[in-house]
Design a binder for this molecule. Structure first.
Ligand code: URP
Ligand code: ZN
Ligand code: ZN
Ligand code: ZN
Length: 482
């Protein structure tokens, strides 16, 4: 399903409701290496009113153009974070990175578009949830965004509503099912089957949070009864095979009705191996590791500081096997996994403390929006596993293709949106909650020194990051894709 956006005619600029010609805003990015998913070339990039107009050698600067020197730097499409939960109401509280702070942090790190999730309450009309989320986002975002939609209950009216959501007016082309969070969001297999069938009918992709919610509930009860109440109970209640079983089940159910499947937050080796195997068999399946699963392991759950351990509580959990992040990065580099998101869903110490006596009450979620690009550059490209072109592919281009926003996004080419990074591949920075742009008081990548820094960031042709400063206004960017 295509999603379209109204924009200014070439050379025109919005002015009091009509278009005034001859007043264009130009930016010329000079002397860099343009990196796309398919190739890298030495070229200048000319931007006019938010759109890339020309890519080529020795472009001359139109009068009044802002010229950016990219000598020795890479010029790339802005990152697309496929998985965020800004200001999500969850587990009795609400994520602290709202649509303003979340998108500001995104821009600081080189991500210029987020795809967030509309999550209707059980029984809530999809259109009502859509309106609610859209209002939240519109008031606050400072970069482009769009939505996936979760399906959290099933009856025939939901099928009708999914059809409505897939029309141009709403533009939803991906629907997520939770196989966990029993009694809150979880669907049964027969309900998932109906959702996949409907996705297939309307041309959407089905997504799953893959964990066996029944088994988790049983494990949680058993662990609490044994007196295990700390954060270590979280991974103990959700072992790797509980993720792998659900991934396999989702692959089988979706494949039976020939619906493409997108597995969000791939957290373990065995889950990734199932995706790889099913893809080899010919099933249309995509896997999304997240910044957390590519860079952190589950040893943190055993940290003697409660707050530290609780900070890493997300679902599915990080794995105790310390080789998991490198293994997932290998598969991503080799093409067995396709996209990267973050699952950014952040909670402060006081919120995490809701679970101080019971790990099942610790709000699930971690940061990632700001640091995803640098973390993947460090662990993927700097380590020698992936090329800069593959980096662009897994941080931007493939997401744009799967969710039908290519070539508006995901590529540096004439006609595409000017969401552009001037990337310094050699510069380093050390990640810290002291300096990050998130609202949350903890950073799961604390102390990690990463190569690869977004020196200059443009969102729709406007320079919003330079000299280490982020210059945005709340709600300053509200273009969307419907
Ligand atoms: O722990 C997580 N992942 N929190 C956000 C909700 C979800 O499951 O994606
Ligand atoms: Zn999830
Ligand atoms: Zn600590
Ligand atoms: Zn999520």
């Amino acid at each position: 399903r295509s999603s379209v956006r109204v924009r200014a005619p070439p050379g025109g600029k919005s002015c009091g409701g009509f278009w005034k010609m001859g007043d264009s805003q130009f930016v010329l990015i000079q002397g860099g290496t343009v990196v796309n998913a398919n190739e890298s070339i030495r070229a200048d990039v000319l931007v006019e009113d938010g759109i890339i107009r020309k890519v080529g050698e020795n472009l001359s600067a139109p009068e009044g153009a802002r010229v950016i020197n990219a000598e020795g730097k890479m010029v790339m499409p802005g990152g697309i974070d496929t998985h965020t939960h800004c200001q999500m109401p969850f587990m009795g509280t609400q994520a602290v990175d709202d649509f303003y702070i979340g998108t500001k942090a995104a821009l600081a790190g080189g991500t210029t578009m987020i795809i967030d999730f509309i999550i209707p309450q059980k029984g809530e009309k999809l259109a009502d949830a859509y309106k609610k989320w859209k209002t939240w986002a519109e008031e606050k975002v400072c970069c482009d965004y769009s939505f996936h939609m979760a399906i959290t209950h099933w009856d025939e009216s939901v099928r009708k509503d999914m059809r409505l959501m897939s029309t141009e007016e709403y533009g939803i082309n991906s629907f997520k099912m939770f196989m966990a969070y029993k009694d809150v969001f979880m669907l049964q297999d027969h309900e998932m089957l109906e959702v996949f069938k409907t996705c297939r009918e309307i041309g959407a992709i089905g997504q799953v949070h893959a964990e066996n919610g029944d088994v988790i509930e049983e494990n949680q009860k058993r662990l609490l009864a044994m007196g295990i109440t700390g954060p270590e109970g979280h991974p103990l209640s959700r072992p790797e095979e509980v993720e792998a079983e659900a991934v396999l089940r989702a692959c089988v159910i979706s494949n039976q009705v020939k619906c493409p499947l997108y597995v969000v937050h791939v957290m373990s080796k065995s889950a990734a191996e199932i995706i790889m195997t099913k893809r080899k068999e010919g099933a249309v399946i995509f896997g999304e590791p997240i910044a957390a699963s590519l860079a952190c392991n589950g040893t943190h759950y055993w940290h003697k500081c409660w707050r530290h351990a609780a900070a890493y509580v997300l679902s599915p959990p990080l794995r105790e096997d310390e080789g998991t992040p490198d293994y997932l990065m290998d598969l991503l580099a080799q093409g067995h996994l396709q996209c990267t998101g973050t699952d950014n869903c952040t909670f402060n110490s006081s919120q995490k403390a809701r679970g101080i006596n019971d790990f099942t009450k610790i709000p699930n979620g971690v940061n990632g929006l700001e640091d995803r690009m640098s973390v993947i550059w460090e662990k993927g490209v700097w380590s020698g596993k992936m090329s800069p072109e593959r980096f662009v592919d897994v941080t931007s281009t493939t997401a744009a293709r799967i969710f039908n926003i290519y070539p508006q996004k995901g590529v540096i080419a004439p006609g595409s949106d000017a969401d552009i990074l001037v990337w310094d591949p050699d510069r380093t920075r050390t990640i810290s909650a002291e300096t990050h742009h998130h609202a949350v008081d903890f950073n799961i990548f604390e102390g990690m020194t990463v190569h690869g820094v977004a020196e200059v960031v443009l969102t729709n042709g406007k320079v919003v990051v330079e000299n280490g400063e982020v210059n945005v206004t709340q709600g300053g960017k509200s273009s969307i894709f419907f």
